[in-house]
Design a protein around this ligand. Structure first.
Ligand SMILES: NC(=O)c1ccc[n+]([C@@H]2O[C@H](COP(=O)([O-])OP(=O)(O)OC[C@H]3O[C@@H](n4cnc5c(N)ncnc54)[C@H](OP(=O)(O)O)[C@@H]3O)[C@@H](O)[C@H]2O)c1
Length: 211
């Protein structure tokens, strides 16, 4: 698929590189597409990856990943132009400045606010509730795989995103409509608390057990 990954931080780098290695066409959308850092990322991602401005990156994309700080999402979305016909992946968490909590919750979520900002395209929440460096890079724990809880209001878009999540090694759990982002975003805060404050580190993750 043609995937625009907007943002070349932790989430964008890992997802773009892994999908490029899987054969997808990746265009990183960056504020500094010709910087040594971004050129190094493109080289690591290999021949299926390029980098350009965010507005250029989305032009031919079927999928757009908004791997940006939530505080900057609205500004960046305005720069992207018309996103109709594309599927938007939202991995964002509305973290406060010192990452001690969320700035939104219980009655709305970053996912719902982003969906409101892009009424012309389906938005799917995915990748928000686990760490990028350890778990998005490798969600396999022995003979188990981590769950990736996703949600969104468009079933077809969610099915496409579920495929992209599954191919990275996660087991997808569909949590229903975008209002479930109200529960997925606090899960990210719990993961951050366990990994950081509670000292468990980044090699921890959630899995839904069933019987
Ligand atoms: N890190 C994780 O483990 C993790 C896990 C799950 C979810 N998330 C969420 O996913 C989102 C991305 O997280 P991240 O860790 O990848 O963030 P990050 O490392 O800080 O990277 C964010 C990227 O957004 C781009 N950007 C564009 N406009 C920006 C602006 N005005 N200010 C700052 N950055 C701007 C930058 O890419 P360019 O410089 O190339 O433009 C930057 O590298 C966040 O909402 C985060 O809460 C993170």
């Amino acid at each position: 698929m043609k995937i625009a990954v907007i943002g070349t931080g932790q989430v964008g780098s890992v997802l773009g590189t892994r999908w490029a290695h899987n054969g997808h066409q990746i265009v990183f959308g960056s504020r500094t597409p010709t910087s040594q850092r971004v050129l190094g990322l493109v080289e690591k991602a290999g021949p299926n990856a390029t980098a350009t401005s965010p507005a250029q990156a989305v032009m031919d994309a079927e999928i757009v990943v908004l791997a940006i700080k939530y505080a900057a999402v609205e500004t960046v979305i305005k720069q992207l132009g018309d996103l109709s016909g594309k599927i938007i992946i939202d991995p964002n968490n509305p973290l406060n400045g010192d990452v001690s909590g969320l700035t939104l919750g219980t009655t709305t979520s970053a996912g719902e606010e982003i969906a409101r900002l892009i009424p012309q395209a389906p938005v799917v929440k995915a990748f928000n509730m686990t760490g990028a460096i350890g778990n998005m890079a490798n969600p396999i724990y022995g003979d188990q795989r981590l769950s990736m809880l996703i949600c969104g209001d468009d079933e077809q878009a969610k099915a496409v995103v579920a495929g992209l999540v599954t191919e990275l090694g996660f087991e997808v759990v569909d949590c229903g409509p975008m209002t479930s982002a109200r529960y997925l975003e606090p899960m990210a805060m719990l993961w951050i608390t366990l990994a950081g404050k509670m000292g468990l580190g980044g090699n921890i993750g959630f899995r839904l057990l069933t019987r």
